[in-house]
Each structure stands twice: as C-alpha cells, then as structure tokens.
Write a protein of this length. Structure first.
Length: 659
C-alpha cells in the first residue's frame, strides 16, 4: 500500500513540475473576446499534434530565443508571431475573415446592369474564367465556360449556338457585339488578351433591344481599358502550346485484310465486270482486283498473285499519311500591354502576335494586333473616349489537306484503298489511282498528254492556298452627365476589313494536269490544248466598310432609400457596304505573275469524247451587295420592370431590292 501511494505521489509531482515548465497560451476572438477552440498551431512550420481546447488554451514547451509561431483556424485570418526572446504573450487575438461577394453585372451593348436589376437570362464570363484556358482566339476560350453555349467542331470552322439550333435554313449564328457595336468581321481577328469580359444574352430580352438580329442570341464582348490615377504598368504575356500529331490508327476503320476479303467476295460474284470492260472512262479497280484479274486472264501466276495479295493485307495507308502529311502542333502567342493614367485621363496600348504551326505539314497562320485606347475627362461632367484597333491575319493552308474517315484524303476527299502506298521502300513518291486506273494513264496519249498520274505528296507541294485579312476599327465618343440621374452619350464607329484568298494549283498539281489533258484533242498525233500550259490560280478579294452612329440617354434615378429606376432611350444609325470579286487565271506563272487567255464561252470536246462537250469554267465573278442603311430606335427600356420596346427600320439603297 505504501509503495502505491509513493508511486502516485511521484507521478503527480512530476506532472506538476512539467506543467510548471510549459507555457500556456490562450487564443481568443478579437471581436467578442471569446476563446477559440480547435486552433492549429505551428512552430517553425512544424504543426503541433494538438489544438486549442474548449477554453482556447494550449500548452507549449519553452521556446528558443527565436521562433516563428503560426495560428490557423477556418473563418479567421491566419496570424503569425515572430519571437525573438522566447517569451510569449498570454493571449493571442485572431480576427475573423470577411467575404464580400463581387457584384455581377451584364453588358447588353447599350447599358451595364447588375444581375438583380436585369429581367433577362444571361451569363457573364469574367476575365478569370475567360483566361482559364490558353486558347489562341475568342471562341476557343469561350468553349466549356458556361451552359447554353454550344460549339459544333465537326468542320474546320466551328459553329457557335446559344441554347441550341434555332433555324434549319437561315443564318444561325448569334449576334456579336464588340464594344457596344455589332461586329461583322472575322471574330478570329480579335485578340483574346484584349478582352475584359463577355456577356451572353440568351432570351427574348436581347431581341427586344437588338431586334431580329438577336434571334439567335447575343454575345457582348467588352475590351480592356486603362485606369485613372494609376502608375504606368507594362506587362508581357506569352502562351506556348504543343500537341502530338493525331493518331490516325485510332480511327475505327476496316483493316486492309478485311477489305481485301470483302473485295474478293465481290470479285467472285462478278461485281467488277462492268468496270473492267469499261474502255471509255477506265474507272478505278484497286490493286487487289487488278491482281485477281491478271491471274484470271493468265497474265500472272496464281501463287505469285496470292503472295502479292498477302503483302497488300499487311499495309495501311494511314501509316504513310501520318508520316508524310502530319506533324506535331506548335502554337505560340505573345502579348505586350502598357496601361496607366492620371487624374483626368487613362490609356492602354497593346501589341499581340500569334504564330501557329498546325498539325498538317505546310500549314500555318499568324496574327498581328494593335490596340490603342484613350479616355479624357474634359470636366467632371464631360468625358471623351477614343479607340483604334488594327489586326492583320495571314496564313497558308495545306495544299493537299488531311485525312478523313472512310480512307479519304485531302480537300477533295479522294477515296483511297486501305492498302494504298504513298511512297516506295526507297522513299520515292508513288502514284495513287484517282479517276482512272493505272493501266489507262500509263499509256494514254502516246506521249501527247501530260502525266495523268495522281501523286498525293506532289500535290502537297504543288498546291498553295494562302489568305490575308486586314481589319481596321476606329471608335470615338462623348459622355455628358446632365443631371445626377441622367446621362447623355454620343458614339461613332468606323470599321473596314479587306482580304484576299489565293488558291494556286501549280503546273505539277493533279488538278491542272487533269484539266489540261481532259480538254485536249489529239489529231494525227498533234495535240491541241484548250487549256494553256501552266498553273491555275483562283483568287478572291473582299471588302467591307461600315459606319455607325448612336445617340443615347441613360436614366438612373433613386427612389426613397431602397428604390432604383433605370432606363434608356436612344437611336442608332448604321450604314454598311460589302463588295467581293474573284477570278480564275489559266496558264498562270507564279514567278512572272502572268496568265494566258482561254475560251470560256464555247462548249469544247473532251479527250476521246470521254465526257462529251464541256465548257471551261468561267473565271471572273463579282458580287456587290447594295449598301444597307438601318435605323434602330430604343424608345423605352426599363430593365428593372422587364419592359423594353424597340423599333428597327432597314432600307437597301437600291430601288430594285425588296425591303
């Protein structure tokens, strides 16, 4: 019994001694002085295995002369203490965190409203969400950012829809508003780094403001601006993106072995007999069918035929296409901006340059943008705004094109056999059957015609597709605060874009050689060429010019202590003019920029009457749309009450056009 009492006494004494050597710290709320339970404490970035108790206390061992203490608790601001003497204060006070929700606003193109004062359905893509991805254009950054915004990427030019398809045959794209005015140019000319936010208007409220043009929804894009009373700020941003070339072998295609087995079934049933006996058009049969027909006619040994067919079963044309037509994608984007301002003005200047090498060999595009914005406060009531924007886009597309499902190749979707080869074992380019079979093109014309074989890799280099587009936009405006609740504004915008597209099919391209041969007649061994020797150039020029002028008054009237009445009234006058023209030049020599005349009026015979009489395609084409003058009057718009009425009048400056 005495031994037990002695042990209990020694343990109690040791505990009191240890407690006396430790430091007890209390953590309290700085607002109501109440203890805080569960505060995590770290000493020199090492988290202690215990937290404060119900009384907000925690026992600490004696500290070194220098130590860093950190206190963390959800709902409170993190607090750190740097101890230099090893002596702690008895109480630590922590402050609560305050979370303020930013007001969400929507830009309708006429006014900026808070969410609770807007009666329509909209989505706001702010700067953080918009720049979440490193897309090289506006559309790629908008994708997957909000509900109701749908992208159809099955074509080279993605289609944009708001809340699904609204029409089957009419224009289905949404209306694009850039800095309060409709944007009619190429949206890819807009540098995404110049964008501050994007508002997406989804319902009939957009139609009541913008009229029938907003039937497919409205996307309102707001550009960045400078800030007053801000020191000069220079920023540089770059994005680099690399991706491997596409895996064509992942496409769910029929294998060469299965395709050849299927061809064999058709051959045994006489499916190819009519094609084999066609001595006028000589349609394509395929290498496997040619082998079986050679064995059948006794021109080839059966064992040799089977060996060649087994060799065909091991090939896959996608391997050659992937190796010689595709490459990894490398995209780069550079952006420099300078912004700042004084008490009565603000400015922003930015320069952007993009260069993209896409996944097809020989295909790239670049973009240069310049943006200059300046705001000046003449007085406390009158403000001036100006904006100048220039963009240049240029690019070269792959002359051949890429792979499409179903073993199709290029822009013309040329049908290939799965066992087709583009090069031989030595890397030399091989001809591929197109339009006619090899046995015909190898002997036709007896030397009077051009080589009629189709070399895909030769077309890759012989065809050049280039484009260039220049966009210019200038805005100027003035705002006057007439009363504390009423503001008037005037805005003017001039926009112009002009571009050129060239599709040059060189003399070595299949298109040029095929057309020359097809329109050639041979008499007594002497050829007569209806299409002159050389390349073929298709070019087109387009030009768009627009003028917009807007007058507007905005009402923002407080009623009592909590009431607010907002509204607007105004009118917008817009004039636009579009012109495009194009031509086809035959016998074109790229180095000399020369061409030759051709008869495009008469119907001419084709070689050996293969296609009867044909007329060579007319080259020149021109389209000049009559100028459009539109007047939009927003007579009353009170978003807080869900009231909005507008009237739009559109007239074409041509008496022969129906309005």
């Amino acid at each position: 019994m005495m031994r037990v009492l002695f042990t209990f006494f020694m343990l109690s004494f040791s505990g009191q001694l240890l407690l006396a050597q430790s430091l007890v710290l209390t953590v309290r709320d700085s607002t109501d002085q109440k203890p805080i339970k569960g505060v995590l404490v770290s000493i020199d970035q090492k988290l202690l295995p215990r937290a404060t108790d119900n009384r907000g206390e925690i026992a600490l061992k004696p500290l070194k002369n220098k130590a860093l203490l950190s206190f963390r608790m959800m709902g409170y601001q993190r607090k750190e203490l740097e101890m230099t003497t090893g002596k702690l204060p008895e109480v630590i006070y922590m402050s609560r965190t305050s979370h303020t929700l930013d007001e969400v606003t929507v830009n309708t193109g006429y006014q900026v409203l808070s969410r609770e004062r807007s009666a329509g359905s909209f989505e706001l893509v702010d700067s953080a969400l918009f720049n979440r991805s490193v897309g090289m254009n506006v559309l790629s950054r908008l994708e997957n950012t909000t509900s109701g915004l749908l992208f159809d990427t099955r074509t080279d030019q993605p289609k944009l829809q708001i809340r699904g398809l609204s029409t089957l045959f009419s224009y289905a794209n949404p209306l694009i508003i850039l800095d309060d005015f409709p944007f009619e140019g190429n949206i890819e000319s807009i540098n995404p780094n110049d964008i501050a936010n994007v508002s997406i208007l989804k319902d009939a409220t957009a139609t009541s403001i913008w009229g029938a043009r907003a039937g497919n929804g409205v996307i309102v894009i707001t550009s960045k601006r400078g800030s007053s009373n801000k020191a000069r700020h220079i920023s540089y941003r770059n994005n680099f993106s690399w991706s491997a070339k596409p895996n064509l072998m992942a496409y769910p295609e029929m294998s060469s072995a299965d395709y050849i087995d299927f061809q064999r079934v058709l051959f045994d049933q006489g499916y190819y007999e009519s094609r084999i006996n066609d001595k006028t058009l000589y349609p394509v049969l395929g290498e496997a069918v040619e082998i079986w027909q050679g064995v059948k006619e006794g021109r080839m040994d059966a064992a040799e035929g089977e060996r060649l067919v087994d060799l065909l079963k091991t090939r896959d044309v996608r391997q050659d296409i992937s190796r010689y037509l595709y490459r990894p994608t490398f995209l780069q984007q550079h952006f420099v901006s300078i912004d700042g301002g004084a008490a009565n003005n603000s400015y922003l200047f930015s320069v952007g340059y993009d260069k993209n090498n896409t996944d097809l060999v020989g295909q790239y595009n670049d973009r240069l943008t310049l943006n200059l914005r300046n705001n000046i406060d003449l007085t406390k009531q009158i403000k001036l705004e100006s904006d100048f924007y220039y963009a240049h886009e240029g690019g070269t597309q792959s002359g051949l094109g890429g792979y499409a499902t179903g073993y199709r190749l290029g822009r013309d979707r040329v049908a290939l056999f799965p066992y087709t080869r583009l090069v031989d074992e030595s890397g030399n380019r091989l001809p591929v059957e197109r339009d006619f079979r090899h046995s015909f093109v190898d002997t036709v014309g007896n030397g009077a015609l051009l080589d009629w074989n189709y070399f895909p890799l030769q077309d890759r280099d012989a065809v050049k597709v280039t484009s260039a587009m220049n966009t210019l936009r200038f805005n100027i405006g003035a705002k006057a605060q007439l009363f504390s609740f009423l503001r008037a504004s005037l805005k003017y915008q001039f926009g112009q874009s002009f571009g050129r597209n060239d599709d040059y099919m060189g003399p070595d391209s299949y298109y040029a050689r095929n057309l020359i041969n097809l329109m050639t007649t041979v008499k007594n061994g002497t050829p007569a060429y209806a299409v002159p020797m050389g390349g073929i150039l298709d070019y087109s020029n387009s030009r768009l010019a627009s003028h917009s002028f807007r007058m507007q008054t905005d009402l923002n009237l407080k009623i009592g202590t909590a009431g607010l009445l907002t509204g607007l009234a105004g009118a917008e006058l817009r004039h636009s003019k579009h012109k495009s023209e194009g031509n086809r030049l035959y016998g074109y020599v790229d180095d000399l920029i020369s061409s030759a005349p051709v008869n495009t009026i008469d119907y001419l015979p084709t070689y050996n009457g293969m296609y009867g009489l044909q007329r060579i395609r007319v080259g020149y084409r021109s389209r000049k749309a009559p100028p459009v003058l539109s007047l939009t009057m927003v007579m009353l718009a009170i978003p807080t009450m869900g009231v909005s009425t507008s009237m739009q009048v559109c007239a074409r400056m041509n008496p022969t056009c129906l309005v």
